[in-house]
Design a binder for this molecule. Structure first.
Ligand SMILES: Nc1nc2c(ncn2[C@@H]2O[C@H](COP(=O)(O)OP(=O)(O)OP(=O)(O)O)[C@@H](O)[C@H]2O)c(=O)[nH]1
Ligand SMILES: [Mg+2]
Length: 479
């Protein structure tokens, strides 16, 4: 199997949705730059096979079967050998882009792929724009727009959960959910339009209860998809966990323990950390972005004061706050007030951490105001990760409650989609309102059509060039 062959819907063609794809032949290096055993240079377009054949010494690629691989040499424009390669030919329409494709697997590194690309361009190909291969796949009906966007998400996946979600989107499961909803709304439209047709003959309106049920279902589904966006953000960008507390509480020690390396400077001098320090760790498939901050206190030191200001700023943007205090010192009044304020105003999940457990005799007293609480020794946690188990479990419970068993096909990760889903939900609610007030008919159908339009914009049934340019320009070249 090659990369092209493994894309979804290889043999199954969707109807092309918009204008025709480009008619020239594009080429690009599809793999990352730098030293590697292998690299892939791709060509797609009507002349892909003849361009590749013109600089290939081996079988005549113009006469080989589709989906066959051939060993040979790629030659430079002066006939010099560039590299010993495998060229795989996919003929339209059974290819990833729906056009003729040739994939040349060559040796990696700085030279072979670049020289091969140069030779292909010399023989008539053009350098591909970012995302142009995927754009052609979309324009040729190989995938819908949501799937094409999932290609970029998959490439950028930063945790196994975001990988799972984007793969599910790429496989079209999310598109299927939207497709089913679309079918239901179409059925609704048909219902109502039938009623309009027959009003003169005084035909009783079809099946009102069924109409209501279908609309309620559409409402639920759209609202659920929208609600998943928050989860989608966590999946896509990771969970921002900010570590806050007084100077010397052991925040930097805890950061180092959580990420398993000496990321932040630890010292016995209060006020060591100034700038916010970030480090990532994947836990249970989810990306966590831990942020260590300057200890919170009043200070006359200008630099430290700026650090404290930044710490507050980080806390404002947190998904979860780990509030660390020294068990031997306990929480002071101002801290208790601070925690109360954050809980009241920001609705930010907080886990309270009593640190330096090794320095106190008695286990700490129970938590403050029902905040989840753990006592531990961050210092010991650096040597023995078991020390952090309770904290990690609490953290996962806090963030991942909604994620456990998350149906990857129902998670919205894309802001563009969210906008369209919001509009679709607004339209469905307007239709429900119309139905409640007995206003079925023309206006009602307009609302349903508006909802259909919004869903179509997500999968690309309805789109325009600007939107496409915006989407595909964010891709890397060669994809
Ligand atoms: N005994 C003991 N000492 C600890 C523990 N965790 C941290 N320390 C010590 O406490 C001191 C302060 O630790 P840091 O991690 O630098 O504290 P911080 O909260 O980042 O401090 P600032 O950056 O100044 O705000 C250091 O001397 C650490 O070695 C612990 O679990 N037990
Ligand atoms: Mg510190």
């Amino acid at each position: 199997m090659t990369a092209s062959d493994s894309e979804p819907n290889d043999s199954e063609q969707r109807e092309p949705m918009t204008a025709t794809a480009g008619s020239d032949t594009i080429a690009a290096i599809a793999t990352a730059r730098g030293r590697a055993a292998l690299a892939i240079v791709r060509l797609s377009g009507p002349e892909a096979v003849s361009v590749a054949a013109a600089c290939f010494r081996g079988r005549d690629l113009r006469v080989v079967d589709s989906h066959t691989a051939h060993v040979g040499y790629v030659l430079a424009k002066d006939g010099a050998e560039i590299d010993h390669v495998v060229a795989t030919v996919f003929r339209a329409p059974r290819s990833a882009t729906g056009e003729d494709i040739v994939e040349i697997s060559c040796h990696g590194g700085d030279f072979a792929p670049a020289l091969i690309l140069e030779s292909l361009i010399h023989h008539g190909a053009r350098l591909a724009e970012p995302g142009e291969f995927t754009q052609r796949a979309f324009l040729n009906g190989k995938m819908d727009l949501a799937q094409a966007e999932a290609v970029a998400e998959l490439i950028h996946a930063s945790s196994s959960l975001s990988h799972r979600v984007s793969l599910s989107h790429l496989q079209g499961r999310y598109s299927d959910v939207l497709g089913r909803l679309r079918d239901e709304l179409l059925e609704l439209c048909a219902f109502v339009e039938l009623e309009i047709d027959f009003t003169d003959e005084d035909v009783e309106f079809a099946d009102r209860a069924r109409l209501e049920a279908l609309l309620a279902h559409a409402d639920d589904l759209l609202a659920g998809l929208l609600a998943s966006y928050r989860v989608g953000e966590l999946v896509r960008d990771g969970v921002r966990v900010v570590i806050g507390g007084r100077p010397n509480a052991g925040k930097s020690t805890l950061l180092n323990a959580l990420v398993g390396r000496d990321r932040a400077i630890v010292s016995h001098i209060p006020g060591t950390t100034r700038d916010a320090i970030e480090a990532d760790a994947e836990i249970d498939g989810l990306l966590f972005r831990f942020v260590d901050t300057a200890g919170l206190r009043e200070t006359s030191d200008a630099i430290e004061a700026e650090g404290v200001r930044r710490a507050h700023h980080s806390i404002d943007r947190a998904d979860v706050l780990l509030y660390v205090y020294d068990l031997a010192a306990g929480l002071d009044e101002a801290e208790v007030q601070f925690l109360q304020d954050v809980t009241d105003q920001d609705n930010l999940p907080i886990i309270l951490i009593g640190n330096k457990r090794d320095l106190v005799e008695q286990p700490a007293a129970a938590s403050l105001n029902g905040l989840p609480f753990v006592d531990l020794s961050a210092e010991r946690g650096q040597r023995d990760t078991g020390e952090l188990d309770t904290l990690v479990r609490l953290l996962l419970d806090t963030v991942a409650a909604g994620l456990a068993g998350t149906d990857a096909s129902h998670v919205v990760t894309n802001q563009r989609h969210r906008q369209h889903l919001r509009e679709a939900l607004r339209a469905v609610r307007a239709a429900r309102h119309a139905l409640d007030t007995g206003l079925t008919g023309d206006l009602f159908t307009l609302d349903l059509r508006a909802a259909l339009h919004e869903l179509g914009a997500i999968t690309g049934e309805i789109t325009n060039e600007d939107v496409l340019d915006q989407i595909f320009s964010r891709f890397c070249i060669g994809k």
